[in-house]
Design a protein around this ligand. Sequence first.
Ligand SMILES: [Zn+2]
Length: 197
Amino acid sequence: MKRLAYLFVTVFLFCLTWVSNAQQKTIIIDAGHGGKDSGQVAESLKEKDITLQVAKVFQKVAGEKGYDVILLRDNDKFISLEERIKKINEVKPYLVISLHANATTNTNKSGIELYFSESEELKDVNFNFISKISSSLITQTKYEDVKVRNANFKILSESNYPAVLIELGFMTNVNDLDYIRSEKGQSEIVNALIASL
Ligand SMILES: [Zn+2]
């Protein structure tokens, strides 16, 4: 009986620590494009709509786990890059995840891509996030490999806080598009991201 009581206390304390750890973390989700800027378009589907859907799924699932999730846009509105960056640097988040989707003329091209900035002071922390995200995407989603690239996109290089940009898949590839528009695909990607926080 005593052992059981210890077990309960341990489990309780563990849960408490876990939830409070999550609660201290503010994650900003930047749903790419919006409003007059549709992003890529394939099969009448717009990139701005897919990124918003995934952002909302992330907010719901991570919110339930105790994370403080801020969406730079939670509807179909246009926000300039400058406004996005300003908001990021005001909020001082634990991590920024910018969501996008790819398109190309080669319909066979498929896959997920991760981008990060090698800005001096955030180099190690960004790289650490990228490695964790990349391995959880490989184990928890349909993607068998993840392309990791470094890029000087402003949303990454002008963020004073850790930031990654994800190209969720190729909208011009039937399999990728089916996956990133589906509930299953969106939830697998979101869970993989949360697992790497
Ligand atoms: Zn985009």
